[in-house]
Ligand binder design. Sequence first.
Ligand SMILES: NC(=O)c1ccc[n+]([C@@H]2O[C@H](COP(=O)([O-])OP(=O)(O)OC[C@H]3O[C@@H](n4cnc5c(N)ncnc54)[C@H](O)[C@@H]3O)[C@@H](O)[C@H]2O)c1
Length: 396
Amino acid sequence: MKTKLRLGIIGAGSVVREIYQYLYFRSSYTPLLDICAVADPNEQYRNWFGDLAGLPANRRFSDYKELIAKTELDAVQINTPDHLHCAPTVAALNAGLDVVVPKPTAATLKDAHAMIETAKKTGRFLGVDFHKREDPRIKEAEARFQGGRYGQFQAAVFYMLDKLMVADPNHTPRFFASPDFAEKNTPASFLTVHMADALMKIVNLTPVQVRAVGYSQKLPSLKPIAVKGYDLVDTEILFSTGAIAHILTGWALPNTAWATTVQSSRIICSDGLIDLNLDQPGLREIHADGIFEVNPLFKNFEKDKSVTGYGISSPGRFYQQILASQNGKLSVEEREAMNSPIALGFYTALVLEAAEKSLAEGDKLATGATIGSTVDLRKLVAAQLGANAAKQYQLG
Ligand SMILES: NC(=O)c1ccc[n+]([C@@H]2O[C@H](COP(=O)([O-])OP(=O)(O)OC[C@H]3O[C@@H](n4cnc5c(N)ncnc54)[C@H](O)[C@@H]3O)[C@@H](O)[C@H]2O)c1
């Protein structure tokens, strides 16, 4: 019986610095993982990670295909930007490896569908790390809502606003390894997906229509490197029941904000409401730099130097499941639950692609606002993936 997974790391940028280095080297999941190799075309990040993991030079690759071909592995974690999740995932699954990716599944529906279909075809494990799903407040909200306590979901507002330093390529040190991350992505791809996924998990409904409004007023004024991108996006999601949600996400809050991410939500139902004050978990500090809300639920630096929290346990649980699965100890029910389109983030990828389509087709005002078009999700899935896939995802 295996007690450890031989793991290859593909992509070693900001998400590895902020979250996964603690999972790999300082968590209760560390004993399950043998970090065998890294692949990243960026030499600086490849060697930062290679040094951290103590990897010899012949286990540091610039090309993920070489990592897959030349290393004996059980699984890979693919931490590349969203538009680069699909190709390494499909290659790794086809090579017989299990795969974990950070949220979102992919940048497009076609990519998400290809990843899901390859996982099905190969019978390998695919896990998408939407860590908010493991936030105890979201889990409690889900259980209470689905217990019928609040009646029918009617409307919701979610906020998730990052400090400008996240999107600003002029900030030292730069947050993202990729210098053009903020220009190639949007608050919808980086942040809306977290909240859309959390909401859909709580209310368990299928989205049917999306319309987005975007504001590009701060990012283009950045100096010396300006960013052609959205500061803020309001994504309106209509569900099959007629319920509606507005998910407001941005990355242009002044750097004096009380947390890197200022976030909250209110879900209004026929018989009650739920408030999730996600950025006020109860530990507020005042020190020389200002007043801060600390979230130890997400990432908690313990006295013994280990790191706990749902940011760590969410991907950690995938590795427990992969180990169980490779040892033939995962039940059919558990496997089926992990392979559902909701678990694999299909509807979240759908909302993302629709929000970006809505903005791309929208009216651009002289003020920097873009009033997006209305996108019918059933038509979008049929156009992108065909009628059969639309039926498969209950959108036919
Ligand atoms: N940064 C965060 O806090 C955070 C949190 C949750 C999820 N994520 C997700 O993590 C993923 C990565 O984002 P990031 O913030 O780390 O971006 P990043 O730009 O900081 O890092 C991406 C890394 O991938 C590398 N890369 C690019 N092409 C590659 C290839 N073909 N093979 C191997 N490596 C390649 C880049 O060189 C870079 O080092 C995205 O899907 C993002 O949405 C990020």
